[in-house]
Write a protein that binds this ligand. Structure first.
Ligand SMILES: *[C@@H]1O[C@H](CO)[C@@H](O)[C@H](O)[C@H]1NC(C)=O
Ligand SMILES: *[C@@H]1O[C@H](CO)[C@@H](O)[C@H](O)[C@H]1NC(C)=O
Ligand SMILES: *[C@@H]1O[C@H](CO)[C@@H](O)[C@H](O)[C@H]1NC(C)=O
Ligand SMILES: *[C@@H]1O[C@H](CO)[C@@H](O)[C@H](O)[C@H]1NC(C)=O
Ligand SMILES: *[C@@H]1O[C@H](CO)[C@@H](O)[C@H](O)[C@H]1NC(C)=O
Ligand SMILES: *[C@@H]1O[C@H](CO)[C@@H](O)[C@H](O)[C@H]1NC(C)=O
Ligand SMILES: *[C@@H]1O[C@H](CO)[C@@H](O)[C@H](O)[C@H]1NC(C)=O
Ligand SMILES: *[C@@H]1O[C@H](CO)[C@@H](O)[C@H](O)[C@H]1NC(C)=O
Ligand SMILES: *[C@@H]1O[C@H](CO)[C@@H](O)[C@H](O)[C@H]1NC(C)=O
Ligand SMILES: *[C@@H]1O[C@H](CO)[C@@H](O)[C@H](O)[C@H]1NC(C)=O
Length: 832
């Protein structure tokens, strides 16, 4: 019976095929022999994933031949044939096979694009172009009966535009020395090659990005079979499977998707960044981009433009300059840069004769300087200036520690840095003496500069007063323990030494420093945190600390005071009797088991504390390091979130975060690792991970009996979504003593919190409402990263403290953050 059915189906299929064959001799994914493509005709790949035809980018009215995703709603072009030679009328243009090549003919039948093969005369007539389901357009000799086995004559994968698709490659040809490059579009409406390109550096097995094929401004770092060394976040990647291929003729990387139904791509973007985008339900989501900072892109703002990472738009012209092409700037193509509002005096023969009208220099402080200066040996800044003035092609100078740097011609890659940035230098820009910037008040620009100068002076004066007051206070507070600053006490170091018996009783150690127990003269108990390697100045430190001091909530540990004497920075908190949640969950043998009711209240309390940090403070504070160690319990077992605000105190440098959080990877949201902007949803993720531990009483990353990783969140998510023994998930110490509905609710909340996409994670406010019973919670989807974890357990190790992870953090950690952790590592491996 079944067999017969199959048989009928087969016949049916064969009939369908025959019918198609008889109506049209061409498959829908193929251009062959006599077929031409014009107007709105397209070719669609066999699986319906990609489409090839004419398109017009954005608001442009020019036509290009391109390949785009058929199923993605937003037109997303992944390859363009005639990047530099658009046509105006697609109805009278033709894409066809001609003399063994795929060519594009314009309105007057001239070839404006071709695959440019030297065809062997034998098979000219039988060449076909086939669009594959991987987005690769392949030209091959179709004469043989088995065309798929024929070696391609030409492939679009070998001639990429700005997009690197799964299965594609960016190769280095060892025979010819030629490199395939991803080259950015000129702007969002013009696919002509722009200035930014990604290529392989075969010597170091790495990818690099260059500006104008010349200046390299980013590298991936060498490939070590798992990751590129400068892209540590790749360790946590669960989307791409990279492979390095090295043959006698060429070397290249290629990649595939672990989940073939994902829609994902890399592009060399018009912003000069390499971006990894995935299609998630309705839109392209940016998963990763490099360089992380827009101003890290070389010469992004063009000649005489200045990039400012802390303002939008990033690009501005230097004073005395204007946009070279207004329309380009509107399209976010800044490569043309800026031009002078008024020509230099020295370029103008008439003015040179007019007495006293020399060019002038405008001082620009806090800049990062252009590369490749010309160094001149002079004794003073005055001589430096006159050496520049002497030569009309000199456009700027800088004088620093007795060295004079001159720049000729266009100034590229200028960056405006923040005032506190230690890398800031002062550069002097040559301008015509009649430039408006020197005639303050005459026009708007002058007025603006005048005004900002004025306010700068005012701010400086104010600062001086504030500093004076602070110094006085400081002078007073040293030695006496009761200098009060706001509600905070400024302690002297000696006082804290006494209170802690010279730091005798160590309570624990976190990413930011060690914590000691102490007692104040009024016999109240305190916890003193000695901060390690604070890279901040005195003023900034005090500002941050007093901000933290104003944050008070019953579910947040209260900061009582601080100490700041030179390098010695300490924070003083209320002491919490019952220690950390971690000690209760993971070392329960010695301590009282937390009953389910208590766990539920703890979950709710933490959520309230985080809600306060996220939404109720004046500035939203993202905790960044939520884990059971940072939840403290007071004598009533009321949970209090500790260590908030410290990430900002220490600075959110990415590598620093990886280093300081080396022990706590299991709680890190994917966006931390992917290098995109961090929002409060990163805390929501960590909170969700912690909820799982609250349920199971075990670390999520703990290994189970057989030595295999049994990942609790995956198990819990399955039971929550598919149904199963909810109480079986509970900490064995609870002996199934809990309200099933409450456990299910917490499981659902946890599962929602750890979704890969930030947008679908709940806010802490919603979590509070759900746990208070004011809001219902639906069954969550299983987070994609967990699905993958289930399917390929051995490969994906990003939640455990893998050897490679701790190795990398060891090499990353600098001297200032030597911890007993790394010491003990060395101690346990004396043979090293
Ligand atoms: C295809 O073109 C060849 C010459 O190039 C011609 O002989 C043949 O008849 C054409 N076939 C069709 C179906 O038009
Ligand atoms: C294709 O173009 C023709 C004529 O230019 C037009 O009649 C037809 O509606 C178009 N088809 C689609 C699907 O746009
Ligand atoms: C995709 O289309 C949606 C809806 O039209 C729009 O909101 C979104 O900005 C588009 N995304 C891109 C990358 O163009
Ligand atoms: C077609 O291309 C040729 C060669 O580039 C050019 O001379 C001609 O003007 C183009 N025709 C049209 C209509 O653009
Ligand atoms: C094609 O042939 C010409 C001369 O016959 C030669 O100069 C050119 O390099 C060849 N091109 C390719 C791609 O082989
Ligand atoms: C066609 O090629 C495929 C794969 O290369 C091969 O498995 C198959 O046997 C070939 N068929 C014929 C008829 O040559
Ligand atoms: C990754 O790619 C390589 C080479 O294509 C392949 O052998 C391997 O099976 C892939 N791994 C996974 C998990 O898909
Ligand atoms: C390398 O190129 C030579 C000639 O160009 C060719 O015969 C050989 O098959 C190629 N080797 C590989 C591994 O592709
Ligand atoms: C300036 O003088 C030079 C020769 O001395 C001449 O070539 C140039 O055209 C003049 N430029 C202007 C703007 O007059
Ligand atoms: C000005 O500087 C440029 C670049 O260093 C140099 O080529 C040129 O000769 C100099 N001109 C004079 C007059 O010194």
């Amino acid at each position: 019976m079944i067999l017969t059915n199959h048989y009928y189906t087969m016949i049916h299929l064969v009939l369908i095929c025959l019918c198609i064959e008889s109506f049209s001799s061409l498959a829908a994914d193929t251009i062959s022999g006599n077929q031409t493509l014009s107007g709105n005709q397209t070719v669609v790949s066999s699986g319906g994933k990609f489409e090839l035809g004419f398109f017009t980018p954005g608001a442009s009215s020019k036509y290009y031949i391109g390949i785009w995703y058929k199923k993605v709603r937003n037109e997303t072009v992944v390859w363009v044939a005639n990047r530099e030679t658009p046509i105006l009328d697609s109805n009278s243009a033709q894409l066809k096979i001609l003399d063994g090549n795929l060519v594009l003919l314009n309105e007057s039948r001239a070839i404006i694009w071709s695959t440019d093969l030297n065809s062997t005369s034998s098979s000219k007539s039988s060449v076909v172009a086939v669009l594959g389901d991987d987005g690769n357009l392949v030209l091959r000799d179709g004469s043989g009966s088995n065309s798929t086995s024929v070696e391609p004559l030409w492939e679009s994968f070998d001639n990429p535009s700005d997009t690197w698709l799964p299965g594609g490659r960016l190769a280095y040809d060892k025979r010819t020395g030629k490199k395939q490059r991803l080259i950015s579009w000129k702007n969002t409406e013009d696919p002509a090659p722009g200035l930014f390109s990604l290529e392989l550096d075969p010597k170091r097995k790495q990818y690099i990005i260059k500006w104008n094929k010349r200046e390299q401004y980013w590298k991936s770092g060498a490939w070590n079979e798992h990751i590129f060394s400068d892209v540590p976040e790749m360790r946590l990647n669960y989307i791409y499977n990279f492979t390095y291929i090295d043959t006698a003729n060429e070397s290249y990387f290629t990649y595939s998707l672990y989940n073939p139904s994902d829609i994902s791509r890399f592009i060399m973007d018009v912003s000069g960044q390499i971006k990894q985008l995935s299609w998630v339900s309705t839109d392209w989501i940016l998963f990763w981009s490099q360089p992380r900072q827009q101003c890290g892109v070389y010469a992004y703002c063009g000649a005489f433009g200045s990039c400012n990472q802390n303002s939008l738009p990033f690009c501005n012209c230097l004073p005395g300059f204007k946009h070279k092409s207004e329309s380009d700037w509107v399209l976010k193509d800044y490569s043309g840069g800026c031009v002078r509002e008024i020509d230099l005096q020295c370029e103008n023969n008439r003015s040179r004769s007019s007495y006293g009208r020399e060019d002038k220099f405008l001082m620009q402080p806090y800049m990062s300087l252009p590369l490749h200066p010309q160094s001149v040996a002079v004794g003073s800044i005055g001589e430096c200036k006159s050496s520049c003035l002497r030569n009309c092609s000199c456009t700027a100078y800088a004088y620093d520690e007795n060295s004079c740097s001159l720049w000729n011609g266009e100034l590229l890659n200028l960056q405006q840095l923040a005032q506190g940035d230690g890398n800031g230098r002062t550069i002097y820009i040559r301008l015509s003496a009649s430039s408006s910037v020197f005639s303050g008040g005459k026009n708007n620009r002058g007025a603006v500069i005048g005004a900002s100068l004025g306010s700068a002076v005012a701010v400086l004066a104010l600062l001086a007063i504030v500093m004076a007051v602070m110094w006085r206070r400081r002078g007073k507070s040293v030695g006496s323990s009761n200098g009060v600053e706001g509600s905070l006490v400024a302690f002297g170091y000696k006082d804290l030494q006494n209170a802690t018996k010279n730091f005798l009783d160590k309570l624990g150690e976190g990413g930011f420093g060690s914590v000691f127990r102490g007692t104040l003269p009024d016999s109240s108990a305190i916890a003193v945190k000695k901060l390690e390697s604070i890279g901040q100045g005195e003023k900034q430190f005090r500002t941050e600390v007093s901000t933290i001091g104003t944050i008070q909530h019953m579910n947040l540990v209260r900061l009582r005071g601080f100490c700041s004497e030179g390098n010695k920075k300490l924070l003083v908190y209320d002491y919490m009797d019952k220690g950390s949640l971690a000690s209760h969950l993971f070392h329960a043998n010695e301590l009282k088991v937390l009953e389910w009711k208590m766990r539920y209240e703890i979950a709710l309390g933490i959520a309230r504390g985080l809600l306060y940090l996220h939404e109720k403070c004046r500035d939203c504070i993202i905790h960044c390091d939520i884990k059971p160690e940072n939840i403290l319990l007071d004598s009533e077992f009321c949970p209090k979130v500790a260590d908030f605000g410290l990430a900002k105190l220490v600075g959110r440098d990415f590598s620093r975060v990886l280093t300081t959080m080396r022990g706590t990877r299991g709680y890190l949201a994917p966006e931390w690792i992917l290098g995109v902007a961090i929002t409060a949803k990163a805390d929501v993720y960590s909170y969700g991970m912690m909820l799982f531990e609250l349920i199971s009483g075990r670390r999520n990353s703990e290994n189970s009996e057989e030595g295999r990783v049994k990942y609790f969140p995956s198990l819990a998510a399955r039971v929550t979504v598919d149904g199963g023994d909810i109480l079986g998930l509970l900490d064995a110490a609870l002996d199934r003593n809990a309200d099933v509905e409450e456990v299910l609710k917490i499981c659902k909340v946890a599962c929602w919190c750890i979704q890969d996409e930030e947008d679908i994670r709940p806010s802490m406010g919603q979590v509070v409402q759900i746990l208070e019973g004011l809001m219902d919670v639906n069954t969550p989807p299983i987070p994609r990263s967990l699905q993958l974890f289930v399917e390929s357990q051995e490969r994906i190790v990003f939640f455990t403290d893998s050897t490679s992870a701790s190795q990398s953090s060891q090499t990353k950690s600098n001297n200032s953050s030597t911890s007993s952790r790394s010491n003990s590592r060395t101690a346990t491996s004396p043979t090293d």
